[in-house]
Design a protein around this ligand. Sequence first.
Ligand code: FES
Length: 434
Amino acid sequence: MKIKGFLEDISGIKRITKARLEQIKNAPDGPIPEDPIRKIAEAWHPGELSLEVSEVRAAGEGAKLFRFRKPDGTKLPLFLPGQYLVLTAEPDGKPVSRPYSICSSPAEAYREDGFVEICIKKPRKDGFFADWVLRNLKAGDRVFAVIGCGQFTYEPLRDAPRMLGLAGGAGITPFVSMAREIAAGKAEFSLTILYGANSPEELILYPELEALAREAPEKLRVIPVIAETASLDSGSGSDTGPSSEKGGPEAPTGSEAAGDTGDFFFEKGFISAELIRKYLQDSDGNFPDTSLFICGPQAMYRYLGEELAKLSIPKRRIRFEVFGQAKNIAQFDGYPAHAIGKTFRMTVHRGIREDCIPARADESIAVSLERAGIRLETGCRSGECGFCRTKVLEGSFFVCPENDGRRAADRDFNYVHACAAYPLSDLAIRIPIA
Ligand code: FES
């Protein structure tokens, strides 16, 4: 850059202002012409959509696949394999939103009768919304959804074209979307999935994954890793399947040896460092450049963090999907004992409106708002996306250290992500009018 001199630089602003005023003066009186780029962007990323449930089908023990279409038959928005949608429905007449990984592929969304699918598995606990959806949602119902959120996607500028997926329980869903895209011949990457479950019965969507792997054997491989192998002594059990809300139920992750019951090949134990090393190798015993993509419950991430530390994999080659809200906030370091079991009062300011609602110490601010029927836009429910950013006007709170996505400025000006912040006293907050 050339520095012209103090006075000349200062006077530059005068020239710009003059040119702008000239343009304003000469602008046409009519409406601003449509911006074609904006039109395309809005068509691809239209925000919240009204969708119709077109099909519900069983997907394994305690799990269902839900297929959604646009009621007017128009095209669905763009998304990438591995992304999630935010589903909003109204159990008890109050709007509740939760993120679910999309398990269908973009190739299925953009065809003539395009659709998106999610798979929900009955959670072991904290399953208010998932339980309601599993019990009540049926073909013909309408829901709202934002499609195409999250960063758990293959990016050729960043990731190696050889991918090793580590999935625990419900964490298999984003990999199903990737597998479908591979089988459709649309993906640039190859994928090997180590799929951890307690038993073969818990391997949701496994029969479909097996079928997809047969369609693209050079690019897709799925290896079940079964923790409890007693049930396998009497034969194969590979007829199961679903995945669910991001970060769903607890699932095992650590390997003892391979097993084979008839046509069902599996690894025994958990997804350990030893097992990961085995599948990082190619058939010649070399270690080609590989990206690890990991999706599962919170406990699996802690376990895998320790296992991955034993391997010399560059950090840039390891990607974790966010895992949803913390299951038990009191377990985290720094959580004050005095708050356990308490319920506080939370004053919620929205424009000129003010509501006072109860806020349990063990529930996030976002959950308290939902219970009170107050809408707050949310996405990941993991402190990452910032959709739920909220100003705290008064009171103290605890932020889950594993879900703390606040920026420095948020901390300085007392903003929190409501999905990851928990009241420690009476609170006053300000949220946008939804
Ligand atoms: S919903 Fe994403 S940060 Fe809260």
